[in-house]
Write a protein that binds this ligand. Structure first.
Ligand SMILES: O=P(O)(O)OC[C@H]1O[C@](O)(CO)[C@@H](O)[C@@H]1O
Length: 440
């Protein structure tokens, strides 16, 4: 197991009043114990398909073949899909420098475009500027019925039509969705299959925000040449203690859930994840959806906030240290000490920073991650630390599985169903109604 977790600085006995009381954490551990028992049953009975993924490789060859097919002759690959149909792929893609500040434009191979937000100006300009004959589109939607994705897919077909490329739709597009419902409906399939577009199957037992380790997340990862087997085996590391029947205290995801349950008991309604790596920025956004949609129901749940370091030290940290003490923090660091450019001693002296002499940029970032966690604790703000020695496909798989397990266990512990999202449907129905009315 690469992931190291320490929750001591979240607790009152360590940081004083302001930390989570020991009794609340004990209650959290008790809640996590029953939750863990239920999750282990999920694993043993096979009723939670997500838990079967880490040990399986049977679908990986199909994903690799689809990735190779898409890359063939492609300058650009556009991924349509929103929420869980995009964020897992983005998180993994960032490992390969996608959307890393300063590096995105220097990437080699096909350019990837995740069009997860629907913005008319952006989408129109994208379709105008893309070299359509050399562009591939992947339309991803578990349900097949998400309005944003459907509209984008329709716009793509019309753009291909205008460019005289509609006859090549079967070659230029790929779909990824669940099989048709028993009533025969799946809007995305209804739209694209008559154009000859082939579909990969979305796993029916894995919800969108838990789908990063299925073809939904692994297809973009494979396009970028990431080792998708290593991602799965990293995920298996996070699951291993659960599989082995380990106690709560020896199961990092359960300890994390115990902390979240304790925070709920203590009315700490905000969870901040601050990750010290450009390549974890999308992970924080993926986690926001995972946490918010899984736990925010029946008047329960907590507000997830994404931050990255060190940059957000210069925007959010003042509030975190001296604002209301209503949050729990997770500081995620990677072993970057000794990484990156080394600083010329002469230049360090000239700038009046002799402490920088001969040190690497990674030395400063490592020190900053540690200093932020310790400063939070000194200011009696509950903070847990998560560290991986290095960030690669394997550790990313482990981190993602850790947070999925922790979220499920927290849901079980606070008594909500972590797999549905009934409340968001209301707004979708209303938006379609307003769209119809605005024509009149
Ligand atoms: O993959 P789909 O079915 O298009 O859904 C996209 C997203 O929309 C939601 O259903 C919420 O509206 C998310 O749960 C999901 O990840």
């Amino acid at each position: 197991m690469a992931l190291k977790q320490n929750v001591e600085q979240a607790l009152e006995p360590t940081i004083g009043v302001g930390g989570l009381p020991r009794a609340a954490f004990e209650a959290g551990l008790a809640g996590a114990t029953s939750a863990l028992r239920r999750l282990r049953e999920d694993l043993e009975t096979g009723r939670l398909a997500l838990l079967q993924l880490p040990g399986s490789e049977s679908d990986l060859a199909e994903i690799e073949a689809a990735a190779a097919g898409l890359k063939q002759g492609a300058s650009d690959i556009v991924l349509l899909g929103t929420g869980g149909s995009s964020l897992g792929g983005q998180t993994l893609a960032q490992l390969a420098d996608w959307n890393v500040p300063g590096l995105g434009r220097l990437a080699e191979g096909p350019r990837l475009h995740f069009m997860d937000n629907l913005d008319p100006i952006t989408f129109a300009r994208l379709l105008e500027r893309l070299p359509l004959p050399d562009t591939r589109f992947v339309a991803i939607s578990k349900s097949g019925g998400t309005g944003e994705t459907l509209m984008q897919a329709m716009a793509v077909l019309s753009a291909l039509d205008r460019a005289g490329l509609r006859g090549r739709a079967g070659e230029l597009l790929l779909g990824l969705s669940e099989p048709r419902k028993p009533n025969g409906r799946n809007a995305l399939r209804d739209l694209l299959e008559p154009e000859g577009v082939r579909f990969l199957e979305h796993h029916t037992g894995v919800g969108g925000r838990y789908s990063a380790l299925t073809n939904v997340g692994l297809l973009p990862a494979a396009i970028l040449g990431l080792d998708i087997r290593a991602i799965r085996s990293g995920a298996a590391e996070a699951l291993a203690p659960i599989r082995a029947g380990a106690s709560v205290n020896d199961t990092p995801a359960a300890v994390g859930a115990a902390l979240a349950i304790a925070a709920a008991l203590e009315q700490r309604g905000i969870h901040v994840m601050m990750a010290y790596a450009d390549r974890l920025e999308r992970l924080t956004r993926w986690w926001v959806q995972l946490w918010a949609e899984s736990l925010g129901k029946d008047g329960r749940g907590s507000q997830p906030v994404a931050a990255i370091g060190p940059v957000d030290q210069h925007s959010q940290l003042q509030l975190y240290l001296a604002g209301p003490n209503d949050k729990v923090f997770t500081v995620v660091t990677t072993g970057v000490a000794g990484e990156g450019p080394a600083i010329d001693p002469e230049l360090a002296r000239r700038a009046g920073e002799p402490g920088f002499a001969g040190r690497h940029i990674g030395d400063l970032v490592a020190a900053q991650g540690r200093a932020t966690a310790d400063t939070l604790a000194r200011n009696r703000r509950p903070v847990r630390r998560i560290e991986v020695d290095s960030l690669d496909a394997r550790t990313m798989g482990e981190l993602m599985m850790h947070f999925m397990l922790e979220t499920i266990l927290t849901g079980y512990g606070i008594g909500v169903d972590p797999f549905d999202q009934p409340a968001v449907e209301e707004g979708k129905i209303l938006a379609k109604q307003y769209l119809a009315e605005s024509r009149a």
